[in-house]
Design a binder for this molecule. Structure first.
Ligand code: DGY
Length: 326
């Protein structure tokens, strides 16, 4: 008998057909809306599997799904799920690592270049018809090549960022993570250091950490105070790793030069956010992995993961392998 899947991420026709060949699929187009939440609540009691992203699945919500076997998140980050709860109920949680690494690192570098060279600000200035002569110091940016790249969190995405900085831009690389990574040190001539050293020495401070209880609020007023007036702050991890009020203050007071931000405390970023009024902020809409190719690869990976769980097989990307232990 076919199992039931609740889907709240649009899939390509080919992937949807693959899922539908194996399961009854209930598609919820706007899971964030009040109507979408109602549809979700109505579908959960039959659900054996869930596939989607960017929606917090609280224990209270998942209590409505007594038959649930697995969740396939179309993301590498798993901060929308309560792992202890899933483990207690032996619900498999799968994510989509690897396939998005290079694309997300590209986004990180796009933000580095855009913030340092003031690309968005100056492009808007040209569009506004303000370009009337050769530009002068008031519009100069700062160099990227040869500057020190600081990476907080040396996972897959951190490594891909280090690769770009080292080989592409001749940047010395500093990083902070739980422990040194000799292979990274060797490949990118990188140096492991404590957080404060990185904050005070890096020209670019880039966050690539997952959001966990340990990393929430990791970068706040004290940490921004350690950065230099010429520092540029980049966040491609999660907004809640940063105290956004402290970031705003550092940018307003120019105690740091600029920021390139793909993630925010609240998403979508409210249109009245004071960050949007600052010309030293480049803000993008959580688009780290958002290319056609990568989003399709992520969706394929999520479908494979979920179909494996529903078939009683071990999925390729299981976040909580303890649920399989007998
Ligand atoms: C991820 O894959 O975690 C991206 O940030 C999208 O949520």
């Amino acid at each position: 008998m076919k199992k039931h899947v609740v889907l709240y991420k649009k899939l390509s026709p080919a992937l949807l057909a693959r899922l539908q060949a194996q399961a009854h699929v209930t598609y919820i187009e706007q899971p964030g809306s009040a109507e979408g939440q109602q549809q979700l609540r109505a579908a959960l009691p039959q659900a054996h599997g869930i596939l989607g992203a960017s929606v917090r699945l609280s224990p209270e919500l998942l209590d409505l799904a007594p038959q649930l076997q697995g969740i396939a998140s179309v993301s590498v980050g798993v901060d929308n799920y309560d792992l202890a709860y899933l483990n207690a109920r032996r619900i498999a949680l799968c994510n989509t690592p690897d396939v998005l690494t290079q694309t997300t690192a590209d986004t990180g570098f796009a933000l580095i270049l855009a913030a340092a060279r003031r690309v968005v600000e100056l492009a808007n200035w040209v569009k506004a018809g303000e370009w009337r002569g050769s530009i002068g110091p008031a519009h100069f940016g700062s160099d990227v090549h040869g500057k020190t790249l600081g990476i907080i969190g040396m996972g897959r995405i951190g490594e891909a960022l280090a690769q770009r900085g080292h080989f592409g831009f001749g940047m010395p690389v500093l990083y902070h993570s739980h422990s040194p990574k000799p292979a990274v040190d060797q490949r990118f001539n990188a140096r492991h250091c404590d957080l404060d050293t990185l904050l005070s020495q890096a020209d670019f401070v880039c966050l690539t950490l997952p959001l966990t209880a340990e990393t929430q609020g990791l970068i706040g007023a004290r940490e921004f105070a350690l950065m230099r007036p010429s520092s540029i702050f980049i966040n491609i991890s999660r907004g809640k790793v940063v105290d956004e009020a402290a970031l705003l203050q550092a940018l307003q007071q120019r105690s740091i030069r600029a920021a390139g931000l793909d993630v925010f405390e609240r998403e979508p970023l409210p249109s009245d956010s004071p960050l949007l009024g600052l010309d030293n902020v480049v803000a993008t809409p959580h688009m780290g992995s958002a290319t056609e190719e990568t989003r399709e690869a992520m969706a394929r990976c999520a479908v494979d993961n979920l179909l494996a769980v529903l078939a009683g097989e071990r999925p390729a990307n299981l976040v909580n392998p303890q649920v399989l232990a007998s």
